[in-house]
Design a protein around this ligand. Structure first.
Ligand code: DHB
Ligand code: FE
Length: 284
């Protein structure tokens, strides 16, 4: 991308964020042929039986059945399957995957992670524009094991939306690695990140997910959040999110991905806001 591509030509939209999320997923995923027929049979039958139950219980009409068909076709055309699944399904998968974890709570990854962000050492500022809007935030802490020992050389991969709720590489007009970076904890297990507080995120409203939200009378918002992947050799990596106490939609996240343990309470400082959070990694 050249700098001239960075003008906002159209607002983030189904045609933008949705399709970009689909392409990003298709580039990154490696589906291994691990389909155990017994498991496919079990899960596919369970899904279909649940759908049949709903049709009977709620006496679904042909008009409603056709509306569903049309809507599902449109979700694919808009490239919004990653958005749909990550907003309305992933939280349950995450709950099951991380049920046995003793250390830090996980949360959903969402559709906007991109590997390969700039490596920034143990402390520094995330890449940002000269006029990056938003309250400056100093986010620091330790990575530890479940025994409480600090983990030097742990990786803290962080990405988040800007002050308008948009993600670099998924909305137009934002430099490639804006508000994305990888930190490596120092000898004492510490990291220190300078960034800005993100804004709440609105699911793109002009595509099929937006159409569903409007048709059902729901709202389209996730509370402001930081995304993180924290890992260290010999430990289970954790994918999580951190939210802000008192923030809009913290108690009404459309993606149902908040947890009490994941809420930060930054304090005001001269430069903006500051908060500490320690991550705890389970052994592998
Ligand atoms: C979606 C976006 C997010 O930023 C997130 O954290 C989870 C889901 C989405 O649009 O699907
Ligand atoms: Fe997000």
């Amino acid at each position: 991308m050249t700098t001239t591509d960075h003008h906002i030509e159209f607002p983030p939209s189904a045609a933008g964020s949705g399709n970009a999320a689909t392409m990003s997923f298709q580039e990154r995923q490696k589906v291994t042929a691990q389909a155990d027929p017994a498991r496919v049979d079990l899960l596919a039958t369970a899904v279909l039986t649940a759908v049949h139950d709903i049709v009977r219980r709620h006496e679904v009409s042909y008009a409603e059945y056709d509306a569903l068909k049309a809507w599902m076709i449109q979700v694919g055309e808009d490239g919004e399957w990653p958005l749909f699944l990550d907003v309305w399904v992933e939280h349950a998968v995450e709950e099951v995957a991380n049920a046995a974890r003793e250390g830090s709570k996980g949360s959903i990854e969402g559709p906007y992670y991109v590997p390969g962000a700039p490596s920034l050492g143990a402390e520094g500022a995330l890449p940002m524009r000269e006029d990056e809007q938003g309250t400056p935030l100093l986010f620091h802490g330790l990575v530890r094991n479940v025994g409480g020992d600090p983990l030097p050389g742990a990786t803290v991969d962080i990405w988040h939306a800007d002050n308008d709720g948009y993600y670099a590489q998924f909305a137009p007009g934002i430099p490639e690695w804006n508000l994305r970076g990888v930190f490596i904890t120092g000898p004492d297990g510490s990291f220190s990140i300078r960034t800005i507080q993100p804004a709440p995120y609105q699911i793109p409203t002009d595509g099929s997910c937006g159409a569903l939200i409007r048709a059902a009378g729901w709202h389209a918002w996730r509370p402001a959040h930081l995304h993180l992947k924290v890992s260290a050799p010999g430990h289970l990596p954790v994918t999580t999110q951190l939210y802000f106490a008192g923030g809009e939609h913290v108690n009404s996240d459309i993606a149902q991905a908040t947890k009490p343990e994941l809420i930060l309470s930054p304090v005001a400082v001269d430069s903006g806001a500051e908060v500490r959070y320690d991550f705890v990694l389970d052994p592998q």
